[in-house]
Design a protein around this ligand. Structure first.
Ligand code: CAA
Length: 431
């Protein structure tokens, strides 16, 4: 019996910041010797990003997750009674104790007017790789027939916020992905057997309790990403009793390599490390190799189709690897019966590598929709950035930039009394 991803939806906020115009003007003196054009080039070519998604004032990680699941259920005609498990992956959770899944199910119950009380749920935390741990556990629950219903859902929802004017500022983003998992899946059959895994105790990126933005050592985080990914890949080969030569990424049986994308250029760095770190030990040698025709062909055939959407959204942390999958499935490639290798990474740190067979394309017009968002001015962006934390309470002083219509909204939380800190949500219909 095959198990895997039956359907997938992406939710991104209606707001975005273009990393050009007044933003580039304001930051050029910090990042590009006062030259805004040079900064635009650096961000677009060196990082791979042109736009970052920004949540509106009525949104948080829970509303974005609820939107992704609502759309998943409606588009695939799934009833609450068919769902056995809800795994929530986030690194921008809303409570030290309460599972975000309970807020999400509360919103969905009110919307569908049906009970979710039979649905088991847990929140998974391991930076961006929490989603892949959630996927692995949910698949195991399905395979072992421990669920009372045929479907499990993994929802990945995050708001990537970094310090303004830091070099991480242009790697922010926000969004949610919901994955419907089942037997005989329509989108991706995930190969059975252990995933390649590698974990270490690293100080590359982490967000201590009560800190709004992560502590991040950018260059070090890239090195840890590359090393963990390489070791997890070796671990997968060891499980399968294969060598790098049998499972040659350049010419072997794998059609596509999909990566976690903190920024799109990271896929290229990771791929050169995977292919050549033994033969070309210095970063200069690997950089030179990445310019060769051999590597460029590999990039164009096996990686680039999965990089089409991230430049318009930015880093969505837990959802990022599955955004790469959506990019591939909605690209012009015919993916049917093609083999994909998934490289998951989470800071702190852990990497996992697994393979799957794609069963169908998903021809959504996501890119066109992303170009129709409301683009923020620098002032709107900086004001929103200041208020973008889990303590924020909406009020008349900070109305939604795009008034919500047919979407879940965050209403705030009680500041005192017996329900202090308990968050409230509602659904706003078209007015
Ligand atoms: N035209 C084209 N390219 C240009 C350019 C120009 N005018 N100017 C500069 N560049 C290139 C540089 O040559 C460089 O390319 P290479 O990487 O190929 O050498 C690239 O732009 C980046 O420039 P810098 O080396 O100056 O790097 P930076 O100071 O901009 O920092 C960063 C980049 C480290 C990623 C930083 O944005 C950051 O800290 N981001 C947050 C942390 C992160 O994303 N880490 C990734 C791994 S951790 C992870 O994956 C978990 C997660 O989701 C956070």
């Amino acid at each position: 019996m095959k198990y895997g991803i039956d359907a997938l939806t992406l939710y991104v906020p209606k707001l975005a910041l273009a990393l050009q115009a007044d933003w580039a003007q304001a930051r050029a003196s910090i990042f590009a010797q006062g030259n805004p054009e040079l900064l635009c080039q650096k961000v677009e070519k060196g990082i791979g990003i042109t736009h970052m998604s920004i949540p509106d004032y009525h949104e948080d990680s829970a509303t974005m997750a609820a939107m992704a699941i609502k759309n998943l259920m409606e588009e695939n005609e799934i009833k609450p009674s068919q769902i056995g498990y809800l795994a929530v992956a986030t690194e921008t959770g809303l409570d030290h104790s309460k599972n975000m899944g309970t807020y999400i199910m509360g919103m969905l119950e009110a919307y569908f007017e049906e009970s979710f009380s039979h649905v088991g749920s847990a929140e998974y935390k391991f930076a961006c790789i929490g989603s892949t741990y959630a996927l692995e556990s949910s698949l195991a629950l399905l395979e072992s027939k421990r669920l009372s219903a045929p479907y499990a859902i993994v929802v990945c929802s995050d708001i990537a916020k970094y310090q303004l004017e830091s070099s991480a500022e242009y790697t922010q983003g926000a969004g949610a992905i919901a994955l419907l998992l089942s037997e005989n899946p329509r989108l991706v059959e995930i190969d059975a057997g252990p995933m390649g895994t590698h974990s270490v105790n690293a100080a590359d990126f982490y967000r201590p309790l009560n800190k709004e933005v992560p502590v991040v050592d950018g260059k070090h985080s890239m090195q840890i990403y590359e090393q963990c990914t390489f070791e997890a890949y070796q671990n997968l080969l060891a499980h399968r009793k294969q060598t790098t030569r049998d499972f040659d990424l350049l010419n072997g049986p794998i059609d596509y390599c999909l990566f976690h994308l903190p920024f799109p250029k990271m896929a290229k760095h990771a791929a050169t490390f995977l292919l050549k770190n033994k033969e070309l030990p210095t970063s200069e040698e690997r950089k030179a190799y990445s310019q060769t025709e051999e590597f460029q062909n590999f990039l164009n055939r096996k990686i680039n189709p999965s990089l089409e959407l991230a430049p318009y959204i930015g880093n969505i942390y837990t959802g990022s690897l599955y955004l790469s999958l959506l990019s591939l499935l909605s690209s012009s490639e015919n993916c049917v019966n093609k083999k994909a290798l998934f490289f998951a990474y989470g800071s702190g740190a852990s990497a996992k590598v697994f393979s799957g067979t794609i069963k169908s394309n998903l021809p959504l017009k996501t890119k066109e929709k992303l170009l129709q968002r409301r683009f923020l001015s620098l002032t709107e962006y900086e004001d929103r950035h200041k208020q973008l934390n889990d303590q924020f309470i909406p009020s008349e002083q900070n109305p939604s930039i795009v008034p919500p219509q047919n979407e879940f909204i965050y209403l705030g939380y009680d500041q005192m009394g017996p329900k202090q800190g308990f968050r409230k949500y509602s659904y706003k219909k078209e007015s």
